[in-house]
Design a protein around this ligand. Structure first.
Ligand code: CTP
Length: 413
């Protein structure tokens, strides 16, 4: 039975950790709850003890013969801190150990997931930003807080992520065992969806991309410990948990957002389908039908190739650049011939190739692919979920990053 320590910080969102605790215990995890003294102002020890079926303590002076301040961390398979307050993040970042939870964080050698909750000003304060960056560099997963209603009348970024989503992340991390957080300390950028090029205020040129593959890439990267920026073009899906989402509309906006985020990225995965052409001119008013039935001319110009630009200019040296290609065979060559030529033309490090002959893959929940490497490697991916394909992509990215720079993730907290 996997051993989980649930650390609870002193914030009003502590009540939501009860639901997380239920999800963990009901799915067969042995959970030891370690609330801070301030957390007990919000939810009492009796609740934690009853829900977990385990003794509960905040300080190191109970059951001293069992040396709990060392044992709990050493024996845990996962530590989840929810809510992680600004104070708790600061203590963890500076290695303070003045209660049972902070001692546990120092002794844990397993993956550590922080689910922050605080007011927007506290989350955005340079001190918190620096503490979060330090923890991520050391290999901890610090989820992005959700946007929405905070305590009191204000709203903004700082809400505790949904307990079901923290649970999902926790079980994904546990499921991957020792390799769980191979992207910890890395920043990855994923683009998703299809761009739109407006002709007038209501009409656009677009494509059928649903964004599902890009969203799966973002979620799986979070579960492997990465800080994730998701540049999303017109995707009608809820934001994946723990991801910074940058919404865009056109290819030009997608380019700006990706190039900006890529300056600090260890990997950029272009899963979006940018419109290759845009109208030369966007008309400010709705184009009316002419009385004589004449059709307005549609003059198009080609958009910038973002993937080729990233691969050529390398905004962050050493970053792994990944493209996607949906190909069909034709008189000029088969799918692999087109894909190999595209890999060379774009200059990226990896190209995920989907054979879409006969409408395969589009709109489907599953995916089958071959990943071509600039080193001549070929990695076939059998038909499976978009999450499974995403993990293969991150395996390949992670291996390239590890060979270029040693894993920063040691120790985790
Ligand atoms: N891509 C990009 N910028 C564009 C077009 C495509 O960055 N303006 C990226 C896509 O995100 C994808 C890869 O390039 O990762 C391949 O896209 P694809 O549409 O197959 O490439 P094209 O260069 O448009 O090739 P084709 O002529 O075969 O459509």
């Amino acid at each position: 039975m996997p051993a989980v320590v649930l650390g609870v910080g002193g914030g009003i969102a502590a009540y939501k950790a009860c639901e997380l605790l239920r999800l963990l215990t009901e799915s067969g995890h042995a959970v030891r709850v370690v609330p801070t003294a301030s957390a007990l102002h919000f939810v009492g020890a009796a609740t934690w003890s009853a829900l977990s079926g385990q003794p509960v303590s905040s300080q190191v002076w109970d059951d001293v013969h069992e040396v709990p301040h060392v044992r709990l961390g050493q024996q845990a398979d996962l530590v989840v801190v929810a809510p992680a307050t600004a104070d708790l993040l600061a203590k963890a970042a500076t290695g303070q150990a003045d209660d049972l939870l902070t001692n546990t964080l120092l002794t844990a050698r397993c993956p550590v997931v922080f689910a922050p909750a605080m007011h927007t000003e506290m989350w955005e304060h340079p001190a918190t930003r620096a503490n979060v960056a330090t923890l991520r560099e050391r290999g901890a997963v610090v989820m992005e807080p959700a946007d929405g209603r905070l305590t009191g009348a204000d709203s903004g970024k700082g809400r505790l992520p949904d307990p079901a989503q923290i649970f999902e992340l926790a079980t994904q991390v546990l499921g991957r065992g020792a390799q769980a957080l191979d992207l910890a300390g890395r920043h990855v950028v994923v683009s998703a969806g299809g761009t739109r090029e407006y002709l007038d205020p209501v009409r656009f040129l677009g494509n059928r991309s649903s964004g599902r593959q890009g969203y799966a890439l973002a979620s799986t990267a979070v579960a492997r410990g990465a800080e994730v920026t998701l540049v999303a073009a017109n995707v009608a899906r809820p934001d994946p948990t723990g991801v910074k989402v940058v919404p865009v509309v056109s290819t030009a906006e997608l380019r700006d957002a990706v190039l900006h985020a890529a300056q600090t990225a260890d990997a950029v995965v272009m899963a979006a389908a940018p419109a290759d052409f845009r109208p030369v001119e966007r008309v400010e008013h709705k184009i009316k039908k002419a009385a004589d039935g004449s059709v307005p001319p549609l003059a198009l110009t080609q958009s910038d190739d973002i993937l080729a630009e990233l691969a050529r200019d390398r905004p962050h040296p050493g970053a792994v650049i990944v493209g996607f290609a949906a190909e069909t065979g034709d008189d000029e060559g088969d799918v692999m011939a087109h894909a190999t030529a595209k890999l060379a033309r774009k200059g990226c490090d990896l190209l995920v190739v989907n054979d879409v002959s006969g409408g395969k893959v589009f709109g489907s929940g599953d995916n089958e692919a071959v990943v071509l490497g600039s080193d001549g490697s070929r990695t076939p991916v059998v038909r499976g979920s978009k999450a499974a394909l995403s993990h293969v992509v991150w395996d390949l990215v992670s291996a390239r990053l590890a060979s270029a720079r040693p894993d920063p993730a040691d120790p985790p907290g």
